[in-house]
Ligand binder design. Structure first.
Ligand SMILES: NC(=O)c1ccc[n+]([C@@H]2O[C@H](COP(=O)([O-])OP(=O)(O)OC[C@H]3O[C@@H](n4cnc5c(N)ncnc54)[C@H](O)[C@@H]3O)[C@@H](O)[C@H]2O)c1
Length: 454
């Protein structure tokens, strides 16, 4: 994918072609006209819908409202009734948001297909469902001509990546804006830090080291009485890799995105060409934790990625209580080093981004998108967001299998975790079922045995 001579990646259309993504015919001719949803200009009222009314969804809506433009919430969708109605009840109590609510009971959509009706009723959609659903929700939104904010990551597997890449092209052709939930890309400190790196202030880049080491994340608790397996897993989605992708994808993708940004030297299609790594679960297993806190995901991964120019990204992530924690990105150049967001050229003085000049990136990403929508400007985070998500997916393939994984093989042959071919209901059997001991231990990858292409 990387042109060694030009030291840059191939074009988007070339990329779609060489990965076989462009040949699948999803970029239908009918989708190529300018979408209606794209035509919200100036101070027109912009109708917004939210899909996934959980913690980030509500935070995302709050951050969207903070932009302060002429916006109305016209629909909410959530697979489950409880978060849907709790969200509506909460919003009604928030005095500061009252004038932004243009929503009635008819526009609260539950169920696995609720997202479709919510999307149809808006100009801009905020997608904050669990990661496994993102490719399908995103593709539907651009097919309907809507501006989209999609939380990271853009899917959990290679087939999901391909769906997102096609959706990216549809959005591009329809002149829709796409904001990607990788909020660091909109944060002044990162923008300035990476600009200085790319201006050569620490020479040529040799390697990056990126980390998301922390403790256990939230847990939703035990299965309800008579609760279906699908309902339980969707509620406790973090612990099932078909829904979260594993913590390497769900959480650490932020730091991996920064490494792609640095190594790409301004090319948003940049990605490593191969990787190898290791991982496992030491702590996230019964009887250390109750079985419902374990699912089938790992609790630590280490992956070494190589870019086509020979530079290296070392990536590590962990979710184990009581260990050394760090969430950051470090960079080594031929003439200096740095860490988000400072630089120290050899023999020179250290530069730090002035903290006072930083902005809340969660709000800034919405400010940038609204400005692009209203002024007809180009904003498309979908490309780098999909590629960074796929970079993390490739890392998981290496960590699960213990094998060297190339980008091309991962994209072309990487297997599906999410059941794209099934119409889901709460009665559908999920891709991972409990074993005879009631745990999901049998579905945990064993390096040396796991086949990421099966
Ligand atoms: N950018 C960031 O820093 C950041 C931070 C936290 C979370 N996130 C991302 O936000 C997303 C949501 O995370 P969260 O912490 O809010 O999770 P959450 O569990 O609190 O909320 C998810 C909501 O989606 C609903 N849902 C599940 N399946 C659905 C479907 N098919 N259709 C519609 N709704 C569905 C759930 O019922 C739940 O209410 C994830 O992709 C996560 O990675 C991003």
């Amino acid at each position: 994918m990387f042109d060694q001579k030009r030291k840059t990646n191939v074009t988007r259309r070339g990329f779609l072609k060489t990965t076989g993504i462009g040949s699948l015919g999803l970029i239908a001719a009918g989708n190529l006209r300018i979408a209606r949803g794209a035509n919200v200009a100036g101070s027109d009222c912009l109708k917004v819908a939210l899909i996934g009314c959980g913690r980030r969804g509500l935070g995302c809506l709050r951050d969207r409202f903070a932009v302060g433009d002429n916006v109305k919430l016209t629909a909410l969708a959530d697979v489950a009734e409880k978060p849907l109605h709790s969200a509506m009840d909460l919003l009604k109590t928030q005095e500061e948001h009252k004038e932004k609510l243009a929503i009635d009971e008819e526009h609260l959509f539950s169920g696995f297909d609720g997202y479709q009706r919510a999307i149809e009723s808006c100009d801009q959609v905020l997608i904050a469902s669990p990661p496994g659903f993102h490719p399908v929700h995103y593709a539907y939104a651009v097919e309907k001509g809507k501006h989209v904010f999609v939380e990271k990551p853009f899917g959990v597997d290679a087939p999901g990546f391909k769906i997102c890449m096609k959706a990216n092209q549809v959005a591009e052709d329809k002149k829709l804006t796409v904001c990607g939930g990788y909020q660091r890309r909109h944060q002044p400190s990162y923008l300035e830090w990476i600009k200085r790196i790319q201006d050569g202030q620490i020479g040529d880049i040799r390697s990056t080291r990126v980390y998301w080491n922390g403790g256990q994340v939230w847990i939703r608790g035990v299965r309800g009485e008579n609760e279906s397996e699908m309902s339980f897993q969707v509620r406790d989605w973090y612990f099932f890799n078909w829904l979260s992708g594993d913590n390497l994808i769900e959480q650490h993708c932020h730091n991996i995105d920064i490494a792609n940004w640095i190594h790409g030297k301004g090319d948003r299609m940049a990605h490593p060409v191969k990787c190898y790594g290791m991982g496992g679960r030491q702590w996230r297993k019964t009887p250390i934790l109750p079985y419902n806190e374990c699912g089938n995901v790992f609790d630590h991964h280490y992956v070494e990625y190589q870019y086509a120019d020979g530079t290296i990204m070392h990536s590590q992530c962990r979710q184990i209580n009581g260990c050394w924690n760090s969430v950051t990105e470090k960079v080594e150049g031929t003439q200096g080093r740095g860490e988000a967001c400072w630089l120290k050229p050899d023999g020179g003085s250290r530069w730090d981004f002035p903290k006072k000049q930083n902005k809340n990136a969660y709000v800034q990403e919405h400010i940038d998108q609204v400005e692009a929508i209203r002024n007809g400007k180009y904003l498309h985070d979908g490309w780098h967001s999909s590629i960074s998500s796929m970079t993390a997916i490739m890392g998981r393939m290496a960590s699960y299998s213990g094998q060297e994984i190339t980008w091309d093989a991962a994209v072309e042959k990487g297997s599906a975790l999410f059941p794209y071919d099934k119409e889901l209901t709460f009665e559908t059997e999920p891709p991972v079922m409990p074993g005879t001991d009631g745990t999901y231990e049998h579905a945990v990858a064993i390096p040396g045995q796991y086949n990421p292409f099966a």
